[in-house]
Design a protein around this ligand. Structure first.
Ligand SMILES: [Fe+2]
Ligand SMILES: [Fe+2]
Length: 193
């Protein structure tokens, strides 16, 4: 498998881990358990700054090339492009509500839960669709030369949370993940499909 495609799978594993964490924070909100919203805020910042701006941006470029070499994938990939935009909107809307609560604004619990669920469900099913329908196709149809020609120079940022080095702004989130799950978050059982 090309490095580029295997990085996409690797990102999905990490995004799934963060999504599960977000889901458990939402469950805690539903159960009215006291929670530090900083964790949710950090997790969403990671997804918006890395998943949306790097991972999805990279996929957009790879998948546009796939559309050129594999016209049969045109329609499903157009859906994927729309979903990338919708996910950014859903993620930022959810983040705004979390931040509003953090600064003491009145936000209905059911509103924040609904936005959170809509976002996490949409991102999970998006990744599942990519893994079931798209990534294998990309591996089959795109040669190493096709992939090498892609202009990804502006998207070289490494994963700031699960990459070689944890960036300072995500250190609290990383510590929280280790506290909650230990090294278990690396386990392959957390794969998307
Ligand atoms: Fe995607
Ligand atoms: Fe993806």
């Amino acid at each position: 498998m090309s490095n580029l495609i295997s990085q996409i799978y690797q990102d999905h594993l990490h995004m799934a881990r963060i999504l599960k964490l977000i889901k458990s924070e939402i469950d805690a909100l539903i159960a009215e358990e006291p929670r530090d919203l900083e964790v949710l805020d950090d997790a969403l910042r990671y997804l918006i700054n890395y998943a949306d701006k790097i991972h999805h941006a990279k996929e957009d470029i790879i998948f546009h090339r796939l559309q050129q070499v594999d016209p049969a994938s045109r329609e499903v990939l157009n859906d994927i492009f729309s979903e990338h935009q919708e996910l950014f909107t859903k993620g930022t809307e959810f983040q705004h509500l979390v931040r509003a609560v953090e600064i003491g604004d009145f936000v209905l619990r059911k509103e924040i839960v609904a936005k959170g669920k809509a976002y996490t469900d949409a991102l999970f099913s998006h990744m599942r669709k990519e893994e079931e329908n798209i990534l294998k196709r990309a591996q089959e149809k795109l040669s190493e030369e096709d992939l090498a020609e892609l202009d990804l120079d502006h998207l070289t940022a490494t994963d700031p949370l699960f990459g070689e080095e944890v960036q300072k702004e995500y250190q609290d989130l990383y510590n929280y993940i280790l506290d909650q799950y230990g090294e278990d978050w690396r386990h392959p059982a957390h794969r998307v499909v």
